[in-house]
Design a protein around this ligand. Structure first.
Ligand code: NDP
Length: 464
């Protein structure tokens, strides 16, 4: 019998928090989980899930166009933003209900309140001012959109939070940033008929991705009509007298739009949590510092997911939660494995990727082979759409292991999941070569690229 009110108290009802609370409760532990907003967290409530629903909505415009080449006549089409938002909200409410029921059925106590630490074992529930104690504590409070307060006029801008609930679909939008969120929302808004401009400080969008994916997507987006401004930033935002907002950029441009959306990264959500009172150490970005087992410097306090600023992805938070359960409640110390995480950018076309980019692999290995195919997917033949697909494998010449796989094109995210399994299992290029193609598919290109397009030896390009 523990001397505390709970065996485990989880702060934050997002992906990592819910999974750890549910599993611990189902093992008979006395568990409470506190959430100040809505159970489901960023991913379910205002992230991955509503974003993907918006992506689907934004694709119909091209589907209707493509249909003509296949003999279909599609009547006049109209899009209604309010209908989409209401349908999305209904689905999100359903999912939130599932999260809540899952926790309840496992026996966890749900607390709809903000929770803050008072000391290393005591939590204050802000709504009721009640104080409770716990033997172990998990902090899984996620991250928040960087509001970029240093930008004059940032209060006139929106972030992805508001983008899901705008009263009306803007006629035009300027999106700042070159990462996942900026690129995904630029494609969503453009697909819904919004005049879209993206402004990014770097030389090419998606700085952490393979250069072929970055350039290929950039071209595809521009061909659709999305304006992309590189090596520039917004320096000031003002309200435009004619309505809307106006951005002045460092390079001297003035861009007027109905909305300006900032997608400049997400910061760990630790402000006011009482971490200092509990003695929990953070880094200079406010992220909680953890060891390989997600343990903070206070032995019984753990942190999972975005709040630790390791890899800001839902499946990573869930994996970290399951490792916590193994380590703490199953006597099986398990460190989360952050290697070879497959990921997708839900742009249009999508990017699906796992492993090293060409640039990273060239730095890591003496010699690498690049296999690359660029082609028009079959679906685009009759539709007449100009879009290209790119597939790329990066192989370490020394042991033939495939160290990176990158796809730009339809369903690239789905393919990345399967490639992730192969690379995790240590697949070699020879395994790809002896795998029979599935015909006719786009992904068969992955097993029919027999000769490298080029090699990089000590970072220098060598043909053949
Ligand atoms: P990212 O880290 O992907 O991108 C942030 C962007 O903002 C970068 O282009 C960065 O530039 C730029 N930036 C940062 N600070 C400034 C500044 N002061 N001025 C100008 N530009 C700036 O973050 P996101 O906000 O797009 O997404 C947050 C996280 O959420 C991602 O890291 C990702 O892990 C996750 N996510 C995952 C998705 C998925 O799996 N499909 C979808 C959406 C989000 P630079 O590159 O030069 O640093």
């Amino acid at each position: 019998m523990t001397a505390y009110d709970y065996d485990l108290f989880v702060i934050g009802g997002g992906s990592g928090g819910v999974r750890s609370a549910r599993l611990a409760a189902s093992m008979g532990k006395k568990v409470a989980i506190a959430e100040e907003y809505r159970f489901g967290g960023t991913c379910v409530i205002r992230g991955c899930v509503p974003k993907k629903l918006f992506v689907y909505a934004s694709q119909f415009h091209e589907h209707f166009e493509d249909a003509a080449g296949y003999g279909w006549t599609v009547g006049e089409s109209r899009f209604d933003w309010k209908t989409l938002v209401a349908a999305k909200d209904k689905e999100i409410a359903r999912l939130e209900g599932l999260y809540r029921r899952g926790l309840e059925n496992a026996g966890a106590e749900l607390i709809d309140s903000r929770a803050e630490l008072i000391d290393a074992h005591t939590i204050r529930l802000v709504k009721t001012a009640k104080q409770v104690t716990a033997e172990r504590i998990i902090i899984a409070t996620g991250s928040v959109a960087n509001p970029h307060e240093a930008l004059p006029g940032s209060e006139f801008c929106i972030t992805s939070n508001e983008a899901f609930h705008l009263d009306a679909l803007p006629k035009s939008i300027l999106i700042a940033g070159g990462g996942y969120i900026a690129v995904e929302f630029a494609n969503i808004f453009h697909g819904l008929g919004v005049d879209t401009t993206l402004i990014y400080r770097g030389r090419e969008i998606l700085s952490r991705f393979d250069h072929d994916m970055r350039q290929g997507l950039h071209k595809a987006m521009e061909d659709k009509g999305i304006r992309i401004i590189l090596t520039d930033i917004i320096e000031e935002v003002t309200q435009s007298p004619a309505g809307g907002v106006s951005a002045r950029t460092k390079a001297g441009a003035t861009i007027v739009a109905d909305q300006i959306m900032l997608a400049l990264g997400r910061d760990p959500n630790t402000a006011g949590l009482g971490l200092e009172a509990a003695g929990v150490a953070m880094n200079e970005r406010g992220a909680i510092i953890v060891d390989a087992y997600s343990r903070t410097n206070v032995a019984h306090i753990f942190a999972l997911g975005d709040v630790t600023d390791r890899v800001q992805l839902t499946p990573v938070a869930i994996h970290e939660a399951m490792c916590f359960i193994e380590t703490e409640y199953k006597n099986n110390p398990t460190a989360p494995d952050h290697d070879l995480i497959a990921t997708a950018v839900f742009s249009q076309p999508e990017i699906g990727t796992v492993g090293l980019s060409e640039e990273e692999a060239a730095k890591k290995f003496d010699e690498i082979e690049i296999y690359r195919a660029e082609f028009r997917p079959m679906k685009a033949t009759l539709s007449g759409r100009a879009e290209k697909m790119i597939m790329k494998l990066i192989v370490n010449a020394a042991d033939r292991k495939v160290v990176g796989a990158h796809i730009l094109g339809h369903e690239a995210g789905e393919m990345a999941q399967l490639l992730g399994i192969s690379l995790k299992a240590g697949v070699t290029k020879d395994d790809f070569d002896r795998t029979m193609a599935v015909h006719p598919t786009a992904s068969e290109e992955l097993v029919t690229m027999y000769k490298p397009n080029y090699r990089l030896r000590n970072g220098e390009r060598v043909e053949g």
